[in-house]
Ligand binder design. Structure first.
Ligand code: NAD
Length: 323
Protein backbone atom coordinates (compact mmCIF):
# COMPACT_ATOMS: atom_id res chain seq x y z
CA UNK A 1 0.00 0.00 0.00
CA UNK A 2 1.41 3.40 -0.96
CA UNK A 3 0.44 5.85 1.74
CA UNK A 4 0.89 9.60 1.97
CA UNK A 5 0.97 11.15 5.45
CA UNK A 6 0.67 14.94 5.63
CA UNK A 7 1.82 16.63 8.83
CA UNK A 8 4.43 13.90 9.22
CA UNK A 9 6.74 16.19 11.24
CA UNK A 10 3.98 16.72 13.79
CA UNK A 11 2.88 14.93 16.95
CA UNK A 12 0.28 12.55 15.49
CA UNK A 13 1.69 12.45 11.93
CA UNK A 14 5.14 11.31 13.06
CA UNK A 15 3.59 8.48 15.09
CA UNK A 16 1.35 7.39 12.22
CA UNK A 17 4.32 7.45 9.82
CA UNK A 18 6.43 5.42 12.26
CA UNK A 19 3.69 2.79 12.61
CA UNK A 20 3.26 2.50 8.81
CA UNK A 21 7.01 2.23 8.31
CA UNK A 22 7.17 -0.46 11.03
CA UNK A 23 4.44 -2.42 9.23
CA UNK A 24 6.48 -2.39 5.98
CA UNK A 25 4.47 0.17 4.00
CA UNK A 26 5.90 2.61 1.51
CA UNK A 27 5.22 6.10 2.87
CA UNK A 28 5.50 9.52 1.31
CA UNK A 29 5.89 11.84 4.30
CA UNK A 30 4.79 15.41 3.63
CA UNK A 31 5.22 18.47 5.83
CA UNK A 32 6.36 22.08 5.79
CA UNK A 33 8.22 22.18 9.14
CA UNK A 34 8.58 25.96 8.95
CA UNK A 35 4.74 26.20 9.16
CA UNK A 36 4.82 24.58 12.59
CA UNK A 37 4.56 27.00 15.55
CA UNK A 38 7.57 25.07 16.93
CA UNK A 39 9.73 24.85 13.78
CA UNK A 40 12.90 23.65 15.56
CA UNK A 41 11.06 20.71 17.13
CA UNK A 42 9.25 19.97 13.84
CA UNK A 43 12.59 19.97 11.97
CA UNK A 44 14.08 17.49 14.44
CA UNK A 45 11.05 15.20 14.20
CA UNK A 46 11.11 15.56 10.41
CA UNK A 47 14.73 14.35 10.27
CA UNK A 48 13.84 11.33 12.46
CA UNK A 49 10.81 10.48 10.32
CA UNK A 50 12.81 10.81 7.08
CA UNK A 51 15.34 8.26 8.37
CA UNK A 52 12.69 5.51 8.86
CA UNK A 53 12.75 2.53 6.46
CA UNK A 54 10.38 2.88 3.51
CA UNK A 55 9.83 6.60 4.13
CA UNK A 56 10.44 9.29 1.49
CA UNK A 57 10.15 12.75 3.00
CA UNK A 58 9.26 15.66 0.73
CA UNK A 59 8.86 19.18 2.07
CA UNK A 60 5.61 20.53 0.63
CA UNK A 61 3.50 23.47 1.69
CA UNK A 62 -0.05 22.24 1.09
CA UNK A 63 -1.35 25.80 0.79
CA UNK A 64 1.02 26.73 -2.04
CA UNK A 65 2.89 23.89 -3.75
CA UNK A 66 1.87 21.50 -6.53
CA UNK A 67 -0.10 18.69 -4.85
CA UNK A 68 -0.42 16.26 -7.77
CA UNK A 69 2.49 14.14 -6.42
CA UNK A 70 0.84 14.07 -2.98
CA UNK A 71 -2.42 12.76 -4.45
CA UNK A 72 -0.71 9.85 -6.25
CA UNK A 73 -1.34 7.25 -3.53
CA UNK A 74 -3.69 4.48 -2.39
CA UNK A 75 -4.41 6.37 0.80
CA UNK A 76 -3.75 9.93 1.92
CA UNK A 77 -3.78 10.46 5.70
CA UNK A 78 -4.17 14.20 6.12
CA UNK A 79 -2.88 15.33 9.51
CA UNK A 80 -1.18 18.59 8.52
CA UNK A 81 -2.66 21.78 9.84
CA UNK A 82 -2.62 24.44 12.54
CA UNK A 83 -4.12 22.90 15.70
CA UNK A 84 -5.01 24.60 18.97
CA UNK A 85 -7.97 26.61 20.26
CA UNK A 86 -5.91 29.13 22.24
CA UNK A 87 -3.56 30.18 19.45
CA UNK A 88 -6.41 30.56 16.96
CA UNK A 89 -7.59 33.78 18.59
CA UNK A 90 -5.84 36.84 17.17
CA UNK A 91 -2.88 36.12 14.91
CA UNK A 92 -3.41 32.35 14.79
CA UNK A 93 -6.70 32.73 13.00
CA UNK A 94 -5.12 33.41 9.60
CA UNK A 95 -2.86 30.36 10.06
CA UNK A 96 -5.89 28.18 10.89
CA UNK A 97 -7.66 29.37 7.75
CA UNK A 98 -4.59 28.88 5.58
CA UNK A 99 -3.18 25.61 6.94
CA UNK A 100 -6.50 23.94 7.81
CA UNK A 101 -9.08 25.19 5.30
CA UNK A 102 -7.08 26.26 2.24
CA UNK A 103 -4.58 23.38 2.56
CA UNK A 104 -7.40 20.81 2.82
CA UNK A 105 -9.33 22.33 -0.10
CA UNK A 106 -6.23 22.14 -2.31
CA UNK A 107 -5.41 18.59 -1.23
CA UNK A 108 -8.96 17.33 -1.85
CA UNK A 109 -9.00 19.03 -5.26
CA UNK A 110 -5.72 17.33 -6.23
CA UNK A 111 -7.11 13.92 -5.16
CA UNK A 112 -10.36 14.53 -7.09
CA UNK A 113 -8.37 15.39 -10.25
CA UNK A 114 -7.00 11.83 -10.43
CA UNK A 115 -8.75 9.41 -12.80
CA UNK A 116 -11.65 7.76 -10.89
CA UNK A 117 -9.96 4.35 -10.46
CA UNK A 118 -6.74 5.96 -9.18
CA UNK A 119 -8.31 8.29 -6.62
CA UNK A 120 -6.95 7.71 -3.13
CA UNK A 121 -9.02 7.18 -0.03
CA UNK A 122 -8.53 10.31 2.11
CA UNK A 123 -8.51 10.19 5.91
CA UNK A 124 -8.87 13.73 7.29
CA UNK A 125 -8.10 14.90 10.85
CA UNK A 126 -10.97 16.75 12.46
CA UNK A 127 -11.47 17.58 16.12
CA UNK A 128 -13.84 17.17 19.06
CA UNK A 129 -13.88 20.98 19.14
CA UNK A 130 -16.45 20.98 16.30
CA UNK A 131 -19.08 19.99 18.92
CA UNK A 132 -18.43 22.83 21.34
CA UNK A 133 -19.09 21.59 24.88
CA UNK A 134 -20.77 18.18 25.26
CA UNK A 135 -24.21 18.04 26.89
CA UNK A 136 -24.71 15.67 29.86
CA UNK A 137 -24.12 12.68 27.67
CA UNK A 138 -21.38 11.71 25.22
CA UNK A 139 -21.18 13.50 21.88
CA UNK A 140 -22.45 11.45 18.97
CA UNK A 141 -21.34 12.12 15.42
CA UNK A 142 -24.82 13.26 14.35
CA UNK A 143 -25.05 15.90 17.10
CA UNK A 144 -25.31 19.49 15.90
CA UNK A 145 -21.96 21.22 15.56
CA UNK A 146 -21.33 24.28 17.72
CA UNK A 147 -17.77 25.52 17.13
CA UNK A 148 -16.68 28.14 19.69
CA UNK A 149 -13.27 29.29 18.42
CA UNK A 150 -11.64 30.18 15.09
CA UNK A 151 -9.83 26.80 15.21
CA UNK A 152 -13.10 24.89 15.68
CA UNK A 153 -14.73 26.91 12.89
CA UNK A 154 -11.84 26.01 10.59
CA UNK A 155 -12.35 22.30 11.37
CA UNK A 156 -16.08 22.58 10.59
CA UNK A 157 -15.06 24.06 7.22
CA UNK A 158 -12.60 21.20 6.70
CA UNK A 159 -15.41 18.73 7.38
CA UNK A 160 -17.75 20.47 4.93
CA UNK A 161 -15.10 20.33 2.22
CA UNK A 162 -14.48 16.63 2.85
CA UNK A 163 -18.21 15.83 2.76
CA UNK A 164 -18.64 17.81 -0.47
CA UNK A 165 -15.72 15.89 -2.00
CA UNK A 166 -17.40 12.62 -0.92
CA UNK A 167 -20.58 13.64 -2.74
CA UNK A 168 -18.39 14.16 -5.82
CA UNK A 169 -17.00 10.64 -5.58
CA UNK A 170 -13.94 10.91 -3.30
CA UNK A 171 -13.77 8.36 -0.47
CA UNK A 172 -13.18 10.69 2.46
CA UNK A 173 -13.33 9.85 6.18
CA UNK A 174 -13.30 12.37 9.02
CA UNK A 175 -11.68 11.45 12.31
CA UNK A 176 -12.70 13.65 15.22
CA UNK A 177 -9.73 13.32 17.58
CA UNK A 178 -10.25 14.07 21.28
CA UNK A 179 -7.36 15.62 23.35
CA UNK A 180 -4.50 13.40 22.24
CA UNK A 181 -1.54 12.84 24.56
CA UNK A 182 1.54 10.62 24.78
CA UNK A 183 5.14 10.73 23.51
CA UNK A 184 5.87 13.75 21.26
CA UNK A 185 2.80 15.67 22.44
CA UNK A 186 2.89 19.30 21.27
CA UNK A 187 4.52 21.75 23.71
CA UNK A 188 1.38 23.93 23.86
CA UNK A 189 -0.76 21.04 25.15
CA UNK A 190 -1.72 20.58 28.80
CA UNK A 191 0.12 17.38 29.75
CA UNK A 192 3.31 18.51 27.99
CA UNK A 193 3.24 21.76 29.99
CA UNK A 194 2.41 19.91 33.24
CA UNK A 195 5.14 17.28 32.90
CA UNK A 196 7.82 19.83 31.98
CA UNK A 197 6.81 22.03 34.93
CA UNK A 198 6.76 19.07 37.34
CA UNK A 199 10.18 17.84 36.18
CA UNK A 200 11.58 21.38 36.69
CA UNK A 201 9.95 21.61 40.13
CA UNK A 202 7.77 24.54 38.98
CA UNK A 203 4.01 24.97 39.70
CA UNK A 204 1.76 23.41 37.06
CA UNK A 205 0.13 26.06 34.85
CA UNK A 206 -3.63 25.35 34.69
CA UNK A 207 -6.08 27.41 32.63
CA UNK A 208 -9.14 28.19 34.74
CA UNK A 209 -10.16 26.14 37.78
CA UNK A 210 -9.22 22.68 36.47
CA UNK A 211 -12.83 21.48 36.45
CA UNK A 212 -12.98 21.04 32.70
CA UNK A 213 -13.25 17.42 31.57
CA UNK A 214 -11.66 15.80 28.57
CA UNK A 215 -11.79 12.45 26.81
CA UNK A 216 -7.98 12.23 26.99
CA UNK A 217 -6.85 9.77 24.31
CA UNK A 218 -3.43 8.17 24.03
CA UNK A 219 -1.66 8.58 20.71
CA UNK A 220 -1.21 4.80 20.38
CA UNK A 221 -5.01 4.44 20.31
CA UNK A 222 -5.25 7.34 17.86
CA UNK A 223 -2.72 5.70 15.53
CA UNK A 224 -4.67 2.41 15.67
CA UNK A 225 -7.95 4.15 14.74
CA UNK A 226 -6.27 6.12 11.96
CA UNK A 227 -4.68 3.04 10.39
CA UNK A 228 -7.99 1.15 10.63
CA UNK A 229 -9.79 4.03 8.88
CA UNK A 230 -7.14 3.93 6.14
CA UNK A 231 -8.02 0.36 5.16
CA UNK A 232 -11.69 -0.26 6.04
CA UNK A 233 -14.44 0.29 3.45
CA UNK A 234 -16.43 3.12 5.04
CA UNK A 235 -19.38 5.22 3.90
CA UNK A 236 -17.85 8.19 2.02
CA UNK A 237 -17.81 11.39 4.08
CA UNK A 238 -18.49 9.59 7.36
CA UNK A 239 -17.31 11.21 10.63
CA UNK A 240 -16.00 9.07 13.48
CA UNK A 241 -15.21 10.02 17.06
CA UNK A 242 -11.73 8.92 18.07
CA UNK A 243 -11.68 9.45 21.79
CA UNK A 244 -11.53 7.69 25.13
CA UNK A 245 -15.07 7.01 26.31
CA UNK A 246 -14.43 8.11 29.92
CA UNK A 247 -13.81 11.83 30.41
CA UNK A 248 -11.55 12.95 33.27
CA UNK A 249 -11.31 16.41 34.83
CA UNK A 250 -8.02 18.27 34.49
CA UNK A 251 -7.73 18.20 38.31
CA UNK A 252 -8.17 14.44 38.42
CA UNK A 253 -5.64 14.02 35.59
CA UNK A 254 -3.15 16.09 37.59
CA UNK A 255 -3.78 13.76 40.54
CA UNK A 256 -2.89 10.77 38.36
CA UNK A 257 0.16 12.57 36.98
CA UNK A 258 1.35 13.44 40.50
CA UNK A 259 0.99 9.82 41.58
CA UNK A 260 2.90 8.49 38.57
CA UNK A 261 5.67 11.07 39.14
CA UNK A 262 5.66 10.62 42.92
CA UNK A 263 5.42 14.39 43.53
CA UNK A 264 2.94 16.82 45.14
CA UNK A 265 2.92 19.66 42.63
CA UNK A 266 1.70 23.19 43.24
CA UNK A 267 -0.86 24.60 40.81
CA UNK A 268 -0.62 28.04 39.20
CA UNK A 269 -4.01 29.17 37.91
CA UNK A 270 -4.05 31.06 34.63
CA UNK A 271 -6.92 32.88 32.92
CA UNK A 272 -9.40 30.51 31.27
CA UNK A 273 -9.21 30.23 27.48
CA UNK A 274 -12.14 31.52 25.43
CA UNK A 275 -13.80 28.80 23.36
CA UNK A 276 -12.33 25.99 25.46
CA UNK A 277 -15.16 23.44 25.97
CA UNK A 278 -16.22 22.68 29.55
CA UNK A 279 -16.54 19.00 28.64
CA UNK A 280 -15.55 16.81 25.72
CA UNK A 281 -16.91 13.28 25.86
CA UNK A 282 -16.68 10.81 23.03
CA UNK A 283 -19.41 8.36 22.14
CA UNK A 284 -17.37 5.74 20.31
CA UNK A 285 -20.19 3.41 19.22
CA UNK A 286 -19.70 4.24 15.55
CA UNK A 287 -15.93 3.69 15.59
CA UNK A 288 -16.51 0.39 17.40
CA UNK A 289 -19.06 -0.70 14.82
CA UNK A 290 -17.23 0.45 11.66
CA UNK A 291 -13.58 0.04 12.67
CA UNK A 292 -13.76 -2.47 15.51
CA UNK A 293 -11.87 0.21 17.46
CA UNK A 294 -12.04 1.31 21.04
CA UNK A 295 -9.51 3.23 23.14
CA UNK A 296 -7.51 0.86 25.33
CA UNK A 297 -4.76 2.86 27.05
CA UNK A 298 -5.74 4.05 30.54
CA UNK A 299 -4.60 7.42 31.82
CA UNK A 300 -2.02 6.21 34.37
CA UNK A 301 -0.26 3.94 31.87
CA UNK A 302 -0.53 6.57 29.11
CA UNK A 303 0.91 9.32 31.31
CA UNK A 304 3.76 7.05 32.44
CA UNK A 305 4.54 6.60 28.76
CA UNK A 306 4.56 10.33 28.10
CA UNK A 307 6.69 11.07 31.19
CA UNK A 308 9.25 8.49 30.03
CA UNK A 309 9.47 10.33 26.72
CA UNK A 310 10.05 13.72 28.43
CA UNK A 311 12.79 12.17 30.57
CA UNK A 312 14.47 10.57 27.56
CA UNK A 313 14.37 13.89 25.71
CA UNK A 314 15.99 15.64 28.67
CA UNK A 315 18.77 13.02 28.83
CA UNK A 316 19.31 13.41 25.08
CA UNK A 317 19.50 17.21 25.35
CA UNK A 318 21.83 17.04 28.37
CA UNK A 319 24.07 14.61 26.41
CA UNK A 320 24.12 17.00 23.46
CA UNK A 321 25.22 19.87 25.73
CA UNK A 322 28.00 17.76 27.35
CA UNK A 323 29.23 16.49 23.97
N1 NAD B 1 -3.31 16.70 19.09
C1 NAD B 1 -4.60 16.71 19.36
O1 NAD B 1 -5.03 16.53 20.51
C2 NAD B 1 -5.60 16.92 18.25
C3 NAD B 1 -6.98 16.90 18.60
C4 NAD B 1 -7.91 17.10 17.60
C5 NAD B 1 -7.51 17.27 16.29
N2 NAD B 1 -6.18 17.28 15.98
C6 NAD B 1 -5.79 17.48 14.58
O2 NAD B 1 -4.88 16.46 14.21
C7 NAD B 1 -3.91 16.97 13.29
C8 NAD B 1 -2.50 16.74 13.82
O3 NAD B 1 -2.37 17.40 15.07
P1 NAD B 1 -0.98 17.43 15.85
O4 NAD B 1 -1.30 17.59 17.28
O5 NAD B 1 -0.12 16.29 15.40
O6 NAD B 1 -0.38 18.81 15.31
P2 NAD B 1 1.13 19.22 14.96
O7 NAD B 1 1.16 20.72 14.96
O8 NAD B 1 2.09 18.52 15.85
O9 NAD B 1 1.31 18.70 13.47
C9 NAD B 1 0.81 19.38 12.36
C10 NAD B 1 1.89 19.42 11.28
O10 NAD B 1 1.34 20.05 10.11
C11 NAD B 1 2.37 20.77 9.48
N3 NAD B 1 1.78 21.80 8.62
C12 NAD B 1 1.10 22.91 9.00
N4 NAD B 1 0.75 23.62 7.93
C13 NAD B 1 1.20 22.94 6.84
C14 NAD B 1 1.13 23.19 5.45
N5 NAD B 1 0.55 24.29 4.94
N6 NAD B 1 1.70 22.28 4.60
C15 NAD B 1 2.32 21.17 5.09
N7 NAD B 1 2.41 20.90 6.42
C16 NAD B 1 1.85 21.78 7.27
C17 NAD B 1 3.18 21.37 10.64
O11 NAD B 1 4.49 21.71 10.22
C18 NAD B 1 3.14 20.23 11.67
O12 NAD B 1 4.29 19.41 11.58
C19 NAD B 1 -4.26 18.45 13.09
O13 NAD B 1 -5.08 18.59 11.95
C20 NAD B 1 -5.06 18.78 14.34
O14 NAD B 1 -5.94 19.87 14.13
C21 NAD B 1 -5.22 17.10 16.94
Amino acid sequence: MRVVVTGAAGFIGSQVTGALSGAGHEVLAVDAPRRSPTPVLARRTWDEVAARPGVTAVETDLAVDDLDPVAAADVVIHLAGRPGVRSSWGGGRAAAERDNVLATARLLAACARRPARLRPRVVVASSSSVYGSAPHRPNREDDPLDPASPYAVSKVEVERLARAAARDGLRTVLLRYFSVYGPRQRPDMAFHRFVEAALDGRPLPVFGDGRKSRSFTHVRDVVAATLAAAVEELPPGVALNVGHSEPVTVRAAIGVLAEVLGVRPEIRREAPVAGDAALTWADTGRARELLGWTARVDLAAGLADQIAWHRALRRQEAGAVVA
